[in-house]
Design a binder for this molecule. Structure first.
Ligand code: ADP
Ligand code: ZN
Length: 435
């Protein structure tokens, strides 16, 4: 059986969770309708009144919100309370365009930190742990969110922020960090630098890491676990719903439990908006059930994933989401074939390459091209051109089998691809420049 931060809710019966959700949604829709003019107009246009929402089953009657709505209503249009009741502002990383800002009351911050605390405890954290926060601190939600959750659990918190890898490693060693939290790409980089400095995985005191804010594959998990000598857990969230901690992995390391007492999740067909039956793959949509300052209803995340209600051995009853397969807007369409960067990462790591790569998409003579720069580790690096050519051909074959199209592979010397300290930029799509 598992370890919990708030066992009464994390292991509540399905009926109890539904009861809580039904009670909260009625209040929340009323709150939004009365306070957020932008959403009230959307509801009026759709002919839905707050009285029509009696339970979470009725959520499907409500209009969706998308990133475009948040940009339209920037900065204050989605505020659910007077600005003087707010204590914090965060903003998205702007990975896919103009940043949007989100507001928090003290109560919103409190509930958010509880969500992160659940994730830390699920990963094995408790009072007595030294938790190194290597997510960026600032407008980005990663640093502040994990920092707050770590305090709630009672860990000794090390607010490093991201970057300055030498100092990360010095403090990790000197102060005996037992848990590290950052983006998976930065964790892989820290592992790489540790090895370069001559440390073996067993030389550090780390027992686990909690990594999120960007897509990462199972193969990447294994790479990180090996290089740091830890268990690596996934955590998911987005600024629009608060930040990290919307969902988190338990000891099964097989999908993330969604904090359903705070967030109601749906999977929809991204083209038609139709709610899909359980187990279907589609776009994840969240309704915040109790946020005061930034209470988004039916927010379309653009993250593609599957929900599962299969019983989990950890004892938690919250629904699980699989690793997001990338955002719908991360998906590359190359000569009509859908390609996710995560598929490329899987092939590279399975073939024994490093997770340092970059995908370059372009259009030449009206035809899409895809090139992948793959960095060699010093032990694999060869000066003999024919050896490298043979390796490139082999990798191209493996890619063709996985993707259905053949990218051009370029093996590049060690240390030529920029390392990420936050969210990694894996794709450069030059086609956008021509449009
Ligand atoms: P931006 O949308 O500008 O990147 P955020 O920092 O709010 O701003 O990022 C939230 C997004 O990050 C999510 O919608 C999702 O696409 C991605 N993300 C967060 N956690 C994970 C995770 N564990 N696995 C995959 N993707 C994640
Ligand atoms: Zn579980």
């Amino acid at each position: 059986m598992g370890r919990y931060y708030q066992p009464e809710i994390e292991t509540a019966s399905r009926e109890e969770i539904l009861r809580i959700q039904n009670e909260k949604i009625v209040k929340q829709v009323k709150h939004v309708y009365e306070n957020v003019k932008y959403y009230r107009d959307l509801m009026d246009k759709k002919g839905v009144k707050p009285e029509d929402i009696k339970s979470v089953d009725d959520i499907k009657k409500l209009p969706f919100l998308s990133k475009a709505d948040l940009r339209d209503s920037y900065p204050y249009g989605m505020l659910g309370t007077d600005l003087k009741n707010c204590v914090r502002i965060h903003s998205t990383s702007g990975t896919t365009g103009k940043r949007v800002v989100a507001f928090y009351t003290q109560n919103d911050v409190d509930l958010w930190e509880d969500c992160v605390a659940r994730a830390i405890v699920a990963a094995g954290g408790s009072k007595g742990d030294v938790l190194q926060v290597a997510y960026g601190f600032g407008l980005f939600t990663g640093g502040a969110g994990v920092h707050g959750g770590s305090h709630k659990v009672g860990c000794l918190t090390l607010p490093m922020s991201s970057g300055n890898t030498d100092r990360q490693i010095q403090f990790m060693m000197d102060l005996g960090s037992t848990i590290i939290c950052c983006t998976p790409s930065y964790a892989a980089h820290i592992g790489e630098v540790l090895a370069e400095k001559g440390y073996k995985p067993e030389d550090n005191k780390l027992k686990c890491g909690i990594f999120g804010a960007e897509p990462w594959t199972e193969e990447m998990r294994q790479t990180i676990e090996k290089s740091l000598g830890i268990k690596a857990y996934d955590i998911y969230g987005l600024t629009e719903t608060s930040g990290p901690g919307v969902a988190y992995e338990c000891e099964e390391q097989n999908g993330m439990h969604i904090n359903e007492d705070h967030f109601y999740a749906e999977i929809i067909d991204p083209d038609t908006g139709e709610v899909l039956p359980e187990g279907s793959k589609g776009e994840l949509v969240f309704t915040s059930l109790d946020k005061e300052a930034f209470p988004l209803l039916r927010y379309r995340t653009r993250d593609i994933c599957i929900l599962s209600r299969e019983k989990c051995s950890c004892g938690r009853t919250f629904v699980k989401m699989c690793k997001p397969m990338g955002r719908s807007d991360d998906m590359l369409i190359i000569r009509g074939v859908n390609v996710f960067p995560s598929q490329i990462e899987t092939v590279l790591l399975n073939e024994g390459y490093s997770p340092n790569y970059q995908i370059i998409v372009d259009r030449v003579n009206n035809s899409d091209t895809i090139d992948i720069n793959v960095e060699l580790t010093p032990d694999k690096f060869s000066d003999i051109i024919s050896e490298n050519l043979a390796k490139e051909k082999k990798l191209e074959g493996a890619m063709r089998t996985m993707l259905g199209i053949g990218p051009k592979i370029h093996l590049v010397p060690p240390k030529t691809i920029t390392r990420s300290e936050g969210k990694a930029v894996r794709v450069i799509d030059k086609r956008k420049l021509h449009d």
